[in-house]
Each structure stands twice: as structure tokens, then as C-alpha cells.
Design a protein around this ligand. Structure first.
Ligand SMILES: Cc1ncc(COP(=O)(O)O)c(C=O)c1O
Length: 384
């Protein structure tokens, strides 16, 4: 019986050839593929600027620095996300204030965000959970009134739309990840997109030590001289990875269609199950579904989820859980965050199970997931 992963990359011969071409050329890093990938990806999300970085976490870190977030500031972060969405605030010495999520979309609850804003609030990190865009207009309105920077952690949502506009072109800065389970991969990789030239320049400088020019620019200008104007990092994304990303991007539209088809199949199959909630979102948003978050509801949701997780894994189906509320992790518990802070995120977490969701998932494999899950549901419900 073959193992069905919850997510994985799709690599074809064109991708391999694109990387091999770079290996034969002069520039393995800081070369022309970086510019080409940045231009193509930012155009895909309709943003004026894109800065490629070494991963999605680096994108968030640099977004924090570009927003001038620092010690003493507070950053409001969605509670139901990968730890990196909050850790970036800690990297720059700021305090994280966790906001609960909307019960239906599991994206950040804007009313809760509004109630958490203080004199110290500097930024909001809103996560497009599973691929569903958060309520960007409401968040931008709050940001405008309170002079905050809205950073959209769009790692789950390239290609998604909010009120007809692509995610990546709406918030002050949006961040993406190109990890192998994401929509397109560069191995490791990430990008910050923005329409603001100053923010883009700052991120670009900080990704390369805080130096004002990169190596290729100095070669072209015939100079060795460079100036490190502020303390930055080496968060560059090599040409090898950018060439892979560029080749992958050509397949994105078809992959997104496939993800949407897989979600429609799952939703239809699970329609009649009791004690279960399938993912949905308001009509004004288009999700591109990084995850398929299947959810048990009711008193014994957590028991059902744990039992189902064990049964599906035993049958070779690579289910997962996204996410433990971030402040339940030991590091954040050690900082004094108490359980109970975000009840809707905690309740959702208890019942959530991510089912296999990636464009290479065949109909046959998906049917196996569906049949195995439904028969185990019937069995578990009969035992209640
Ligand atoms: C919502 C979210 N933010 C940030 C990240 C971090 O991205 P990376 O793994 O590329 O550092 C991830 C990756 O899992 C993610 O899912």
C-alpha cells in the first residue's frame, strides 16, 4: 500500500533542465535568475515589487524590520498559524499579542484585532489560513486609523483573491514561502511583495547584509567598493532556486485549478457527515487551498480527531494537524501566555485534520482518502 503524503512538490523535466542550465552558467547566486523570478512572481500576484529571500521565515523577519518594529512594540498575530508568523516579532524584540480567528474561515478575527490595539501596537500579521484571504479591507482600515503596518502572511495563498484583487498586492507587505509543500517550490525560498518602493528597497538591502549594492551590480559598475549602511543578513535566494521557481510558476494556474477541484471533491464527499465541518469562505474571496482543513465539531471533536489521525496514518494516509495555537508551544508558555486566550482558535485546533492536498494527488489516491475517512467516521460515530 503506497503512502499518500499530505503535501509534496511536483517536479518535471523542465524544472530539472532549468536548474541544470544555471549550473552550467556563471551565476549561481545574485545573478539574472533572481531578477527574473522576482519580476515573474510579483507580476503573478500583481504587486509592483518582489524581493526573493531564503525562506518564508526570512521574509517575515525582514518585513518586521522594514516596518521598523522593535523592542517595546506590540505585534498582533493570528493565533492559528505556523510559529514563524509570531516568531518574526520576537526576532526584533517586540511582544506578540495573539488574536483569535473567525470561526468559519479560521483567518484573523478583525473585531478581536480592533479590541487588542494599544499605544504600543506597531503591526498586524494576518495569515491567509489554508489559502483563504483574511479580511484585508477591514484590516487595512484599522491599520490606517491606528498607523499600523499590515503584513499579510500569504504563505498559504499565492494566486488567491480578495474582492477581485490578488493577494500579495493589497497589504503593505505580503510574505510567501516556497517550501516543498507550498504551491510552488524553490527547495527553500520565500518572497516579500509590496507596492511601496521604500519598503522593497529596505527589504532588498537587509537581505544582503545591509549593503547598498549586490555583487553583480559592482561587477557591472567596475568597482569593488561597497558600503554596509545598516545591520542586515544573508537571506539571499540563489539563482539555482530562482530558476526552479520560475519554471514552477509556469504551472501554477493549472495546479491551482487542481487544488480547487480536490477541495470540491472532498467537500461533496463529506457533505452528509454529521459532526464535521468542511472549509468554506465568503463569496468575495477566492482560496487557492494550501491545506484541506477537515474539522470535527462538538464535545468530543478532539477525541475523534486523535483517533482518526491514528487510523489514517496506520492506513498509509499522511494526515497532519495545522495548527497548535502558537502560544501553546513551550517557548510561548514560558513567556507567560495562558491557555484560553483565543477560544475559537483552541476549539478549532482540537478538531482539525489536514487531509492530503497537492496538485499531483491522483483521483485514485483522493478516493482512497475519502473512502477510508468515511468508513472510519461511520465506525467512530457508531462507537460514541
Ligand atoms: C503560515 C506560514 N508562515 C510562515 C511559514 C514559514 O515559511 P518557511 O518554511 O519557508 O520559512 C510557513 C511555512 O510553513 C507558514 O505555513
Amino acid at each position: 500500500m503506497s503512502y499518500v503524503p499530505y503535501g509534496r512538490q511536483v517536479i518535471d523535466e523542465d524544472d530539472i533542465a532549468a536548474v541544470a542550465d544555471v549550473l552550467r552558467g556563471d551565476w549561481l547566486t545574485t545573478g539574472p535568475m533572481v531578477d527574473a523570478f522576482e519580476a515573474a512572481f510579483s507580476s503573478f500576484v500583481d504587486a509592483d515589487y518582489g524581493v526573493a529571500v531564503s525562506n518564508g521565515t526570512a521574509a517575515l523577519h525582514l518585513a518586521m524590520l522594514a516596518a521598523n518594529v522593535g523592542p517595546g512594540d506590540e505585534v498582533i498575530v493570528a493565533a492559528l498559524t505556523f510559529a514563524a508568523s509570531a516568531n518574526c516579532a520576537r526576532y526584533v524584540g517586540a511582544d506578540v499579542v495573539f488574536a483569535d480567528v473567525d470561526e468559519k474561515t479560521l483567518t484573523i478575527d478583525t473585531d478581536h484585532v480592533a479590541s487588542l490595539i494599544t499605544e504600543r501596537t506597531k503591526a498586524i500579521v494576518a495569515v491567509d489560513y489554508a489559502g483563504i484571504p483574511c479580511d484585508l479591507d477591514e484590516l487595512l482600515a484599522l491599520a490606517s486609523v491606528h498607523d499600523l503596518v499590515l503584513i499579510e502572511d500569504a504563505c498559504h495563498a499565492p494566486g488567491a483573491q480578495y474582492k477581485g484583487r490578488p493577494v500579495g498586492s493589497i497589504a503593505h507587505m505580503s510574505t510567501f514561502s516556497f517550501h516543498p509543500v507550498k504551491h510552488l517550490t524553490t527547495g527553500e525560498g520565500g518572497m516579500v511583495t509590496t507596492n511601496d518602493p521604500e519598503l522593497a528597497n529596505r527589504v532588498r538591502k537587509l537581505r544582503s547584509h545591509g549593503i547598498s549594492t549586490d555583487f553583480r551590480e559592482r561587477v557591472e559598475q567596475g568597482t569593488w567598493a561597497y558600503d554596509m549602511v545598516e545591520l542586515g543578513f544573508n537571506y539571499r535566494l540563489p539563482d539555482l532556486n530562482c530558476a526552479l521557481g520560475l519554471s514552477q510558476l509556469e504551472k501554477m494556474t493549472g495546479w491551482i485549478d487542481r487544488r480547487q477541484q480536490l477541495v470540491a471533491n472532498y467537500n461533496l464527499a463529506f457533505e452528509k457527515l454529521d459532526h464535521v465541518r468542511t472549509p468554506s469562505h465568503p463569496d468575495d474571496r477566492v482560496s487557492t487551498w494550501h491545506l484541506y482543513p477537515f474539522r470535527f465539531t462538538g464535545e468530543d471533536a478532539n477525541t475523534l480527531r486523535s483517533e482518526m489521525f491514528d487510523r489514517l496514518r496506520a492506513e498509509g494516509i499522511g494526515v497532519n494537524v495545522h495548527y497548535l495555537p502558537v502560544y501553546w508551544h513551550s517557548y510561548y508558555q514560558g513567556l507567560g501566555y495562558k491557555r484560553g486566550l483565543c477560544p475559537k482558535a483552541e476549539a478549532a485546533y482540537g478538531g482539525l485534520l489536514s487531509l492530503p492536498m497537492w496538485p499531483g494527488l491522483s483521483d485514485q489516491s483522493q478516493n482512497r482518502v475519502i473512502e477510508t475517512l468515511i468508513s472510519n467516521c461511520e465506525d467512530l460515530f457508531a462507537l460514541r
